[in-house]
Design a protein around this ligand. Structure first.
Ligand SMILES: Cc1cc2nc3c(=O)[nH]c(=O)nc-3n(C[C@H](O)[C@H](O)[C@H](O)COP(=O)(O)O)c2cc1C
Length: 234
């Protein structure tokens, strides 16, 4: 299933436009996505990298017209419906064309930033990324990207600490679970996560967390490259 070319889709969702290693008060998630992509490119310079910056250019939230259009069969859609779905179609096309999605997603009030939620609402599309048939026996919903071999890398950041598995406030973390559930629903179940903590403290613990996250990103790039080499050799 792995093609020799891996198309990478970098998504940035932080409202902060600069990365924290190049801008004061910059974004840690942008720092991690850039680091990931730079390391990937160093080994695979020919691999296309698409960039979707939802933090700077948020997708439109779904509207009543969008829902009407999306749930109208494609052959019955009026021109206004095609227009209403144009942005969503472009986002879905981009996702379908990508093998490796590298998303920088900060925690905002325990969940994902609103523009990233709008992105999810635009790419979870009936007939394009999931199937629905109420007459189907058993499960009426099914994922359409299940056999596409896509991987989602989720690079997060939080102001507080203890949101990781088993952590003191893990139950308040609605980022990884929500993103994993939505992408899993459309068939992207290979989810890898790295996160920075302690941003609000801006002390040695933040520095240590950044160092650990950068090392984890580097190791993850190397592991994913190895996995792809192994798949191609098989
Ligand atoms: C609107 C907003 C809400 C936030 N909510 C939380 C939160 O619920 N929990 C938390 O630990 N940090 C919270 N933070 C802190 C961010 O998660 C933290 O600054 C993170 O580093 C942001 O990602 P970035 O560095 O990529 O911009 C919030 C920050 C903002 C701007």
């Amino acid at each position: 299933m792995e093609t020799p070319v891996t198309t990478v889709l970098q998504i940035d969702a932080s409202a902060r436009s600069g990365a924290s290693d190049t801008h004061s008060f910059g974004s840690h998630t942008r720092r991690l996505t850039r680091r990931f992509v730079a390391r990937w490119r160093a080994v695979r310079p020919a691999n296309p990298v698409l960039h979707r910056d939802v933090g700077q250019v948020p997708p439109r939230p779904v509207s009543g017209a969008w829902i009407h259009a999306a749930f109208t069969p494609p052959e019955a859609r009026a021109p206004w419906m095609l227009q209403t779905l144009a942005e969503s179609d472009a986002l879905v096309d981009e996702l379908l064309a990508s093998d490796l999605i590298v998303a920088g997603v900060p925690m905002y009030n325990f969940g994902v930033p609103a523009p990233f939620k709008a992105y999810i609402d635009n790419i979870v599309r009936v007939g394009r990324t999931f199937g629905f048939d109420r007459a189907r026996s058993g499960e009426p919903y099914w994922p359409l990207l299940a056999d596409a071999g896509k991987t989602l890398v989720l690079l997060g950041s939080r102001g507080d600490h203890g949101y990781g598995p088993g952590g003191r406030i893990a139950h308040m973390n609605h980022v990884e679970a929500a993103v994993g559930t939505a992408f899993g629903y459309i068939g992207i179940t290979d989810l890898r996560c790295v996160a920075v903590e302690y941003d609000e403290f801006a002390d040695d613990r933040l520095a240590a967390s950044l160092t650990a996250a950068e090392a984890a990103v580097d190791a993850l790039v190397d592991r994913l490259l190895d996995e792809r080499r192994a798949r191609r050799a098989a």
